[in-house]
Each structure stands twice: as C-alpha cells, then as structure tokens.
Design a protein around this ligand. Sequence first.
Ligand code: NAP
Length: 319
Amino acid sequence: MRPQILVLGSGWMPQVSEELDRHFACHYLARVPQEERPGFIEHIAPAVRAVFTSGTVGIDAALAARLPALEIVAVHGVGVDAVDFAALAPRGILVSNTPDVLTDDVADLAVALVLAAARRLPMLDRYVRTGGWEAKRPLAPNRALRGKVAGILGLGRIGQAVAARLEGFGMQIRYHQRSTAQLAYPRSASLLDLARDSDYLVVCAPGGPGTRHLVDAAVIDALGPEGTLVNIARGSLVDEAALVEALQQGSLGAAALDVFEDEPRVPPALMAMDNVVLAPHVGSFTLEARTAMGMLAIANLLAHFAGEPLPTPVPGKPA
Ligand code: NAP
C-alpha cells in the first residue's frame, strides 16, 4: 500500500505532483476549501506518515500534533525556518530540504536585483512607457557597479554563488557570518562593520528567530544614503519598518527585495518609491529549479520509506 502523505502549500511544477501521485496516496490541502480543512485533516490524520511542504509554509506545532503517525517532513525549499523543530525532534520525526539544486537560480535573481537597483531598471521602464523619454523629462545618471563593494550576509551556498557572480562585474566582495573559517574574501567582524564597508548589502542568511531583524535600524544606517539593501533570503531578517523609514528619509539609498516580513503583503510605502525594486519571492521560481527541488524532496521521501538514509537531511537536526 502506498504511504499516505499530506501535501501543504503550492508552487511546484505539474510533473512534481504527477511524481508524487505515482508513489504516494496524496492529500493536497490546497485543493480543499478553506472552511473544510479542519475536518479534512481530522479525517486523514491517523494515516498520514509524511508531510510534503514548501519552505514558506513549513509545518507548525499545532498541525504536527494532529498527525500521530507522522515520520518525515520533506521541505520543498532550502529554508526550514517555518518548520517547528521543537515539536518534531522529541518524536524523532525526520526533516529534509532541497539545498544546492536552487542555488544558481537564486543567486541569479540576487544579481538581477543588484543590477536592477544599480541601473534603476524598473524606474527607467516606467520612464519610457509613460513618455518621459520623448518629453525629455530630466533623468539623473545611474551609478556604476565596477569598484563598488558587495557585502554578503551569510556566505553559504547561495552567498558564495552571489559573490562569484558579482566579482564578474568588477565588484569587491566582503562578508559576515558567525563562523570564522578562512574563506576566499575578507570577513567583517560584525554585520555593522560589513554594512559600513559595503555599497550593497546582500542578505543571504537563513530566517528564523535566531536571525530576526539582524538587519536593524543601525545596520541600515551604517549602509548609508549611497547604500543599497538587497534581500533574497527571508523577510524576517530585516526590520521592515526601519527600512521604510530610512528610505523615506534618504538615509538609505535604495532597496531591492524578493522577500518581505508579512508576505504576500508589501508595505504600500515601498511600492510608492522609485528607488525600490520589488519581486514576489521568486528566487527559486524557475522551471528547472522548481522541478529539481520537487524531485529531490520526493527522493527524500522514497529513501525514507525504503529504509535508506535521506539524500538531504537537514544538518544538525534528527535525520
Ligand atoms: P546555507 O548554505 O546554509 O548558508 C547560510 C549562511 O548564513 C551560512 O554561511 C551561515 O554561516 C550564515 N548564517 C547563519 N546564521 C547566521 C547569523 N546569525 N549571522 C550571520 N550569518 C549567518 O544556506 P543557503 O542554501 O545559502 O540558503 C540561504 C537562505 O536563502 C535560506 O535559508 C533561505 O531562507 C533563503 N532562500 C531564499 C530563496 C528565495 O526564493 N528568495 C530561495 C532559496 C533560499 P554561519 O553558520 O557561519 O553563520
């Protein structure tokens, strides 16, 4: 008999759902009307042995508690900040994620955001479309990337891929993270130092309570009126209210954001500013990455039910 799994969230490619259906008896929560979900979960809960979920949906303690037969949570994404490990670990419930297969595409988006902010692409697009060019409306020059400093917060898989790309644009790279292992670039001793030393601060560290509002008013202030904040990691890392205030007051130059504190809600103040570039959390949203992520999440489930080690268990957690 195929194992029963509860599928949470959305955002994977159709072939991933086909593959899920081939191997498992799937219950797709997103296909159930909102008001019917509690009863639906109660009905299937005793038989559910696995949860397949997205990085942003994860699984909370309340849902985990309702699934007595739960053995594994396969996250379709690398960020596991929405997974309540405290609720899972005492029960020995395994967790897997999908590192590496999305790294290049997320790094590409980070670079696209750096370029879009530096060259003010969305604003220029609006300028042309609204007749600014023909009307010869005044236009200030952009700033070059070459020679500028990109500070990477979290020089992990994605951070390193971003650094390698930005080096190709003639940027100097610095970084900050907790470990002091010798890496290819100069390490700033603190995030505040990194912000002070950088023209662009690119946030690539994980979300969760441990990194909440790491980029606070002081860090934003240190980045300064010529500085640009780029966030492709998690909205929770940045104090969004402080960010809005700094942009409004001109104490921060620009921002380019793929993630927000209360997604999909974006503060109207950010939408109103020309020096802000916005994307709807699409770092890994390519056909290639999303397919590979889905297949890797499924490979973890298959390994578990075959009694084999998980290909990509979440390090440091029960696996
Ligand atoms: P990773 O390889 O684990 O790298 C994370 C880096 O952050 C590590 O170098 C780590 O170094 C550093 N870090 C962790 N805690 C820190 C702290 N408190 N202060 C400073 N640095 C810290 O992860 P990854 O694969 O690069 O992914 C990074 C994050 O990107 C994910 O967690 C996810 O939230 C986000 N992401 C977003 C999208 C999107 O669609 N926008 C897609 C994929 C991933 P130390 O441990 O030494 O501090």
